[in-house]
Design a protein around this ligand. Structure first.
Ligand code: FAD
Ligand code: AMP
Length: 479
């Protein structure tokens, strides 16, 4: 006999768990299947983000940033901390505690909202049936659902030149669990994950070389911001080598020999550990029976329309497994949208205002169009920029690197993009997202009162600067 649900969700990452919770809140009988287990083999909810992604990486980024502050910058502000040292096992254990608290929190939210958590694997069959194979060795069950939401997420891309090993050539998951600081660390890929994990270990004392095939640094970010960020990260000790294609990596005598090519020819470096951070791919292994009715697109993502509907009636897909940026908050919004649409409401996800953040220090964050995109589109625009070096709060905090850049339409003054390199850029960009969601003009943002002294005032000043009205800097003469 099959068990009946209004909704079965496959995957309990930020996309799937949010969808499941919202469905249950809306009165639907909901089950959420997830197959993840922790290092001890215990079933865990929360997906990549909570277990091996956003949260553990931020725990290590924050800890390593505090170490740098204590070691290098406390003396500047009159604090003598004595000799500061790192206890890597303790730092990793504390990161695990943070993860445990949050994944346990999802279990609590499932219980509190009445979502049935099913630990094991799920496979979509025809006619909205889902085969569930529990982890506990029990028999496979067939669940019948009115609606199915697929949220199986993504996994790291592996590349033939750098096959993973147990502990020397690792992906992002392995890089969150080193037991000591490697003396020399290689990172393949100067994307978000490569820069964040490279920063962690660089701050803790590793000599880090980042090998990136592209000639351009952070091509998706605003050019000016990317250029300034590269300078700052290089200054911190990240040896970022652009235009270098890794052609091989192999373990020899307990170290890793990495070969790469650049315009000058072939090179070799030896590192103690190598992190492969060359992107993530949608994870669809064993997810779909051949007659499920769900199709993939040409890049291997589950094919969906703007409403996250797949080709199978009443089957939806959300999160990293579908087109769009692979970000937790994008998946969460899709999950919530689908739940509400199933319940008969009509929300949409606004893909124009997805915030992007790279949690280096200073952080890099943006929303909307970059200047180079607008130029390529032939749009006319005005720019306001404000450096944190002129922010009272940033000066008080001894954290003055970077700037805020606001780009607004030359005619309507509507904000088209906001780009931040600086302390708390991730928090500042949220204000830009709100402004853009409300279709604000730069003038609107300039007319709003910001508390003084705050880092957010840099956004206010940059918005004022669009029309040449910034108060705390000399404005560029307008034509
Ligand atoms: P996932 O979180 O991948 O969850 C999918 C879940 O489904 C997994 O638990 C998986 O085991 C399970 N599953 C898959 N198939 C099946 C099946 N057949 N049966 C049962 N269960 C199944 N994003 C940000 O927004 N901010 C960040 O700061 C950030 N930092 C990151 C740092 C790192 C190191 C990494 C690796 C990623 C980071 N990301 C970040 C990306 C973020 O983790 C993903 O965008 C997010 O987790 C995607 O959510 P999801 O729900 O689509 O999938
Ligand atoms: P992201 O997809 O943002 O995580 O970034 C991954 C980065 O890895 C991209 O910028 C790729 O150009 C880079 N990359 C992929 N393969 C290689 C390789 N063999 N050598 C160097 N860089 C690579």
């Amino acid at each position: 006999m099959s068990e009946n649900y209004d909704v079965v969700v496959i995957g309990a990452g930020p996309a799937g768990y949010a969808a499941a919770i919202r469905c249950a809140q809306l009165g639907m009988n909901t089950a959420c299947i997830d197959k993840s287990v922790d290092n001890d083999g215990n079933a865990v909810l929360g997906g990549t983000c909570l277990n091996w992604g956003c949260i553990p990486s931020k725990a290590l980024l924050d800890a390593s940033h505090k170490y740098v502050e204590a070691q290098q910058h406390f003396a500047d502000i009159g604090i003598n901390a004595g000799e500061v040292s790192v206890d890597v096992p303790k730092m990793i254990a504390r990161k695990e505690e943070v993860v445990k608290g949050l994944t346990g929190g999802i279990s609590g939210l499932f219980k509190g909202n009445g979502v049935t958590a099913l630990h094991g694997t799920g496979k979509l069959l025809a006619n909205r049936q889902v085969a569930f194979k529990p982890h506990d060795g029990g028999d496979e069950q067939i669940l019948q659902a009115e609606h199915v939401i697929l949220a199986p997420g993504s996994v790291p891309v592996e590349i033939p030149p750098a096959p993973l090993t147990d502990d020397l050539i690792v992906d992002s998951t392995g890089a969150l669990n080193f037991d000591a600081v490697p003396e020399k660390l290689g990172v393949i890929g100067a994307g978000v994950i490569g820069l964040e994990l490279g920063s962690v270990w660089n701050r803790l004392g590793a000599e880090v070389v980042v090998l990136e095939a592209l000639e351009e640094f952070l091509p998706m970010a605003d050019e000016r911001i990317a250029r300034d960020a590269k300078k700052l990260l290089t200054g911190q000790g990240l040896d970022i080598r652009l235009g270098t294609l890794v052609t091989g990596a192999e373990v020899k005598d307990g170290v890793v020999q990495v070969t790469y090519q650049d315009k000058d020819g072939d090179h070799e470096i030896t590192v103690d550990k190598l992190i492969v951070a060359v992107g993530r791919r949608p994870y669809t292994e064993n997810l779909l029976a051949s007659d499920s009715g769900v199709n993939l697109d040409e890049r291997g993502f589950l094919y969906v329309n703007d409403l996250c509907q797949t080709d199978a009636p009443n089957v939806y897909a959300v999160g990293d497994v579908v087109r769009g940026p692979m970000l937790a908050h994008k998946g969460t919004e899709e999950g919530v949208m689908v739940a509400e649409r199933i319940a008969g409401f009509k929300p949409l996800v606004n893909y124009e205002t997805v915030p992007n953040v790279i949690y280096t220090h200073p952080e890099i964050a943006w929303v909307g169009k970059t200047e180079q995109q607008l130029k390529a589109d032939g749009e006319s625009y005005n720019i306001g920029q404000f450096p944190f070096a002129a922010s009272g709060r940033a000066l008080a905090a001894n954290d003055t690197q970077g700037m805020v850049k606001v780009i607004a339409d030359a005619e309507s003054d509507r904000i088209l993009g906001v780009h931040v390199l600086g302390p708390q850029a991730s928090e500042i960009v949220a204000q830009a997202v709100i402004s853009m969601e409300f279709d604000a003009s730069a003038e609107d943002l300039g007319l709003i009162m910001f508390a003084h002294p705050t880092l957010s005032e840099a956004l206010h000043e940059a918005a004022l600067g669009v029309a040449g009205h910034a108060i705390h800097m000399v404005n560029r003469k307008r034509k």
